[in-house]
Design a protein around this ligand. Structure first.
Ligand SMILES: NC(=O)c1ccc[n+]([C@@H]2O[C@H](COP(=O)([O-])OP(=O)(O)OC[C@H]3O[C@@H](n4cnc5c(N)ncnc54)[C@H](O)[C@@H]3O)[C@@H](O)[C@H]2O)c1
Length: 333
């Protein structure tokens, strides 16, 4: 059992991390460096991951989550595999612990809604880790399109297969980030989805071309796959008066404006901050807990983005064979 730390209204917020794999280890690293926060401990069944975190951060690491969730804990990040989010979140909420759950909020919409209802009943904060909203390049785009008449959004998020395959495809793993961004950029809900999915190599979909229409009339598309040898994350936004081009990896954002009847226009690079997105996300979670504010990404928003992703999967071809690419047609002669 992780030793309880003396509680004090003004003392540091006592946090823990459940699941310290690729993402959770980063949460632990960032929490350990935040002011007015004490990383009390982490929980992970993997001895290798526990040793790694203890060696680097010098915090206690326990095998079972129940041994982390003592009275000395105010808040946790849940970064265990997605199929465990529901069970872990309910456990924490039941004990009155505030929860930041990694994206997607849960494996399905019903589980997500149960997490929201439990958090409301118990009066704890619930935030979903849509970290891309805290990317300074994304924030520069959001600022640049404020009060603009948005017409269309195109997002590309491609790369190689992840080192360890989880039990979800590219829509739930990657596109859910961009579904959230489209909803956030437009301040509107997605009302129509037109998905095209294919499984070129993996069991689940590994290529997705998704088209959307928002209630506000914006057209959007997402191009995502695990078949590109390099990572690319780009966002293009067309508004009536501007065209924004953002690279979320290099954090360069440019805007074209001043369109003239002769086709000429001006272009400028926007100023983009340098903060680490995860640090900004965790700081906003801590401040929501401390100051009793609504977290910037609520459980409801996490469920809405998951719901859109699920709707993209509903029209999946009935059999894997049907969704697989056929052999290329051979030219005659
Ligand atoms: N926001 C982002 O950009 C982003 C990026 C990657 C992953 N994620 C999300 O983070 C979550 C974890 O993904 P990952 O890539 O870090 O996976 P991962 O496999 O690297 O890490 C998961 C960790 O959870 C541990 N775990 C398994 N069962 C557990 C249990 N019962 N209790 C505690 N820990 C347990 C595993 O041992 C592992 O160390 C997923 O929900 C994923 O969608 C979000």
């Amino acid at each position: 059992m992780v030793r309880a730390v003396e509680s004090s209204a003004k003392g540091p917020l006592r946090v823990g991390v459940i699941g310290v794999g690729i993402m959770g280890a980063n949460h632990a690293r960032v929490f350990a460096g935040l002011p007015d926060v004490t990383l009390v401990g982490v929980a992970d069944p993997s001895e290798q991951q526990r040793e790694l975190v203890t060696r680097i951060l010098g915090v206690p690491a326990v095998e079972h989550v129940d041994d982390l969730l003592g009275p000395g804990l105010d808040a946790v990040t849940i970064a265990a595999p997605t199929h465990l989010h529901h069970e872990m979140a309910l456990k924490c909420i039941e004990r009155g612990i505030h929860v930041l759950v990694e994206k997607p909020i849960a494996s399905n919409v019903d589980e997500g809604r149960e997490i929201i209802a439990a958090a409301k009943r118990r009066g704890v904060k619930l935030m979903v880790g849509h970290v891309e909203r805290f990317n300074p390049a994304v924030q520069a785009i959001k600022d640049a399109i404020k009060d603009e008449d948005i017409l269309s959004i195109g997002i590309t998020r491609v790369g190689p297969f992840p080192p360890r395959m989880s039990n979800v495809g590219v829509v739930i793993d990657l596109a859910v980030h961009d579904i959230d961004l489209i909803r956030w950029f437009t301040d509107s809900e997605i009302v129509e989805v037109q998905p095209q999915l294919s499984s070129a190599i993996a069991e689940r979909e590994d290529i997705a071309l998704l088209q959307f229409r928002t209630a506000s009339g914006v057209l959007a598309h997402i191009n995502t796959n695990w078949l590109t040898p390099f990572k690319a994350r780009t966002v293009h936004v067309a508004t009536r008066k501007k065209y924004l081009i953002g690279d979320l990896l290099t954090r360069q954002v440019s805007e074209c404006f001043g369109f003239q009847p002769d086709g000429s226009y001006s272009m400028r690079h926007l100023s983009v901050g340098h903060s680490e997105p995860l640090r900004a996300e965790l700081q906003s979670f801590v401040s929501a807990v401390r100051d009793d504010k609504t977290p910037p990404v609520t459980g409801e928003e996490g469920v809405e983005s998951l719901d859109v992703a699920m709707r993209c999967l509903e029209d999946r071809q009935p059999s894997k064979a049907a969704s697989r690419r056929p052999e290329p047609r051979r030219a005659a002669g």
